[in-house]
Design a protein around this ligand. Structure first.
Ligand code: ZN
Length: 74
């Protein structure tokens, strides 16, 4: 093993602290709805329209032709 200087130890500790804060923030954001609160992209298989709509349990209807479409998954 190589010796770890005090500066490197402080820098590593700060990095781990920042990651821990981001982790806690992300966990709380997911519990409050997280990605479900953001709109999802949809592609209509009937008229080829691409639109955004809230993430619903099932599909959402196309604003152009009314055909129900599931959200796109990447
Ligand atoms: Zn459509």
């Amino acid at each position: 093993m190589f010796p770890l200087s005090t500066g490197m130890a402080v820098l590593a500790g700060l990095s781990l602290g920042v990651l821990g804060v981001l982790w806690v923030f992300y966990e709380r954001w997911e519990r409050r709805g997280g990605s479900a609160a953001r709109p999802a992209a949809h592609h209509c298989v009937r008229c080829d329209a691409v639109y955004g709509a809230p993430r619903a349990g099932g599909g959402t209807r196309c604003p152009r032709c009314g055909h129900p479409n599931p959200p796109l998954r990447f």
